[in-house]
Structure formats: C-alpha cells, structure tokens
Design a protein around this ligand. Structure first.
Ligand code: LMR
Length: 409
C-alpha cells in the first residue's frame, strides 16, 4: 500500500534551483544548473533558434501528427552528419542507426536498456558500465534504474585539479574484457577536464586491446572548443579505429533547447560484411524499446534543430551563436582566475582556465560551498562545481570576493 513508499530525497540539482528561486537577497548568484545565461543572468534564446521558429510558424504544412517511432528522419540523419562528420565512412557504409530521443538522458536510457537486453560479452562480469569518478549525478540513477551494474574509473586528480590519466587508463585496462565504458565526448560534466587527443588515442588503444564497448555521452558539442568538429574528435577517433559503439547526443545546451528535449541516439556498427544487416537488427529492437517507453519522440525541438542543421546559412549562424556562448564563458574563466590571483586567494587557480566547457570544478569543499550559500547567497553543487555561464560582468567581482573570504575562512 501507499504508506510503505518511503520519501525520496529531492533531486540535488533541481532542489538547488528551487532554493535559489526562493532566496530574496538581491546579491544572489546562481551557479547551479548547467544552462547558459547571458550577461544579465537571463536565459538566452539563440538568434538562430528564433529564425528557425519563425520559419516553422510560417510553414502551412505543419501539424501535430505523431512522428515516426525513430523520430524525424531529416533530424536524425543531420544529427549523424553533425556528430560523425558529413563524409564519415560509417554513414556512407550505412553502419549507423539513429533514433531521436528525449534529449541526452533519453538517449542514455535507450542505450542502457538495449545493453541490458542484448549485450552479451564473453565474461558475464563484463556486462558492467564503467563511469568516470566523478560523473554527471544522473548517470548513476539512470543506469541503476535499468539494473545495469556500474563501476567507477578514476578521472579527476584532486592534486592537479586535472585528469588522473594513469588511474583512468589502468582501471580501464584491468576491467574484464568486453566491459562497457561510458566516456564524456567533450566538456566533461562535472569537472570541465578533458583528455588531450594524445590521451584519447591511448584510451582507444587500451579499449581496443580489451575489446571494450564505448558509450559516448555528448552533451556539449560546440561548447568546449567552440568548434563542432573538434568537440567530436574523440568519437570520430574511436569510429576510425573500427569500434562498435553508441552515442547519446543532446541538443539541450548547444541549441539552448533545454526544455524541448531534442536529442538523438546512435549505434555505430564496426566495419564488416555483416554491418548493414547488424544495424537493421539493432534498429528493429531499439524501435520496439522506444515504442514501449515513449511511443514516439517529441516533435518541436527536433523540428527547430532540423531546420538549422539542414540549411547552410542557418548552420553558419548557429556556429556564430555557439561562439557567442563559448566566448563569453571563456572570458568569465579568464576574469575569475585573474581576480582570484590578484587577491592572492590561497591556492592555485590555473585550473579555472585550464578546464573547459560549461563547468569548472573549483576545488571548494562541501563546507565552503555551504558557507557560500548560507552567508553569501551563492549557489553551486556541493561537489564545488560551478556553472561558468552563471557568472557575468555584474556578479563576478562579488563572487570572487566571496570565494576569497570563504577560502581564507
Ligand atoms: C547539469 O548537470 O547541470 C545539467 O546537465 C542539467 C541536468 O539535467 O542535470
């Protein structure tokens, strides 16, 4: 009966957002959720999204019919090209099957569900997904929901506030052959720390030797380096190396379509004479899973993104908008670091500019985070992650001063 249902804790991130909203102090600063804000701390509708919406509004043929189970075909095929590159052999060989998903979370879920049903590595204990420590908090509950066993691989070094590359590689190397390895394609959440291309190459070598299965989570393409191709480099390196792999692709951040839940799931088969048949079989099973879970995906966000992805002029405008977002974030990183260094705030602050993407893992501890919230009205997750986009020319001095005071104790 209902009275045995225990009360669950509030989601930490959405709880933080609610607490921020309630705070009536004028100085309050929201560095919680990873959503882009403009210099006035306001959500930003990308100019290119406004243009695409205008075109949609004028389209006399638009209706509210169901999309196919696999989603809007123009959207999924453009999504393949975006992430794998227009001339990817995987696409021309027809080794890719893609389904529109409920943003990145939905793609991760669909992939995870598929793995629980159909992934059969030789060693039973290889049917485990390895996630970085730390990782996006939702990964943990998402994989445990579908009962996919989970383990961690070291990722973040507290000493350098950079990558624990040796720890990462040695754990991946010693995982049972055929293990599933979840990799953040770029702009790692929560740390903002990415492997270099040389390090990715080594990770791929180790994974190939161990016949591991890569599952890429790509939520920030265009947000890390400002270049769409460069941010998909790791994925494409793995594809070139002949891996069979999966990709969860989100358009929440790079299109600012957070609430529209636009995303795509891709399965790429390894090159083989059976690959076309394999993706057909995989796709047929994914369609059954999708139908039972969501019937068919939501249309609006995919239509907006599709307009842009399939139009050269709009695409160029989108790249411009991406540079506006990543440029402002990079500027905030520079300013924050230099303000803390100018104040001689104890510790080193180079990691603020070394890290990339939406987040910085500041190194502030839980106690300091709590003090910042309670005494300074500055909100961030308790692991010390800040969303860089929450900083702007109006609040950065106040934030740097608050951090300085809290670190000095
Ligand atoms: C974040 O980590 O802040 C974002 O990915 C938002 C979310 O859904 O957790």
């Amino acid at each position: 009966s209902a009275d045995v249902v225990p009360q669950a804790p509030e989601d930490p991130l959405f709880g933080l957002m609610a607490a921020f909203k309630k705070d009536s102090d004028a100085k309050k600063v929201d560095l919680g959720i990873g959503a882009y804000r403009d210099d006035n701390a306001k959500p930003w509708v990308l100019p290119v999204v406004k243009q695409a919406e205008e075109l949609l509004r004028k389209d006399p043929d638009l209706n509210h019919e169901y999309l196919p189970i696999a989603g809007l075909a123009d959207f999924t095929s453009a999504s393949q090209k975006l992430i794998l590159g227009k001339s990817s052999p995987a696409i021309t060989d027809k080794r890719v099957v893609s389904l529109q998903s409920v943003s990145g979370t939905g793609a991760l879920h669909l992939g995870a569900l598929f793995l629980t049903r159909f992934y059969n590595p030789a060693a039973a204990d290889a049917k485990t997904i390895y996630v970085s420590t730390p990782t996006w908090a939702n990964h943990n509950q998402l994989f445990s929901n579908v009962k996919l066993p989970m383990k961690g691989y070291p990722y973040f070094s507290k000493e350098t506030k950079g990558l624990d590359f040796d720890g990462m590689v040695s754990t991946i190397e010693s995982a049972p052959e055929g293990s599933i390895i979840l990799l953040h394609a770029c702009a790692h959440n929560p740390t903002g720390v990415d492997p270099t291309q040389e390090q990715w190459t080594k990770v791929a070598q180790v994974m190939k030797a161990k016949r591991h299965f890569p599952f890429f989570d790509c939520a920030y393409q265009g947000f890390a380096s400002g270049s769409l191709e460069q941010d998909a480099w790791a994925i494409n390196h793995f594809v070139e190396q002949g891996f069979e792999l999966m990709i969860a692709q989100s358009y929440a951040k790079n299109f600012g379509l957070y609430g529209e839940r636009a995303g795509c799931f891709h399965f790429v088969a390894a090159p083989s004479s059976d690959a076309v048949d394999e993706v057909s079989r995989v796709g047929s099973q994914l369609a059954i899973l999708q139908r039972s879970e969501i019937s068919n995906p939501p249309a609006y966000g995919a239509r907006v993104a599709s307009r842009v992805l399939n139009d050269e002029k709009l695409f160029a405008q989108w790249e411009e908008d991406l540079r506006t977002m990543s440029g402002r974030i990079i500027e905030m990183r520079k300013q924050l670091r230099s303000k803390l260094e100018a104040k001689k705030t104890p510790g080193t602050w180079n990691h603020i500019t070394d890290q990339i993407g939406m987040f910085s893992f500041t190194g502030l501890n839980e106690q300091q985070v709590q003090t910042l919230r309670e005494e300074y009205h500055v909100y961030m997750t308790k692991n010390g992650r800040i969303s860089m986009a929450g900083l702007n020319s109006h609040n950065i001095d106040y934030f740097a001063e608050s951090v300085d005071k809290v670190v000095r104790g």
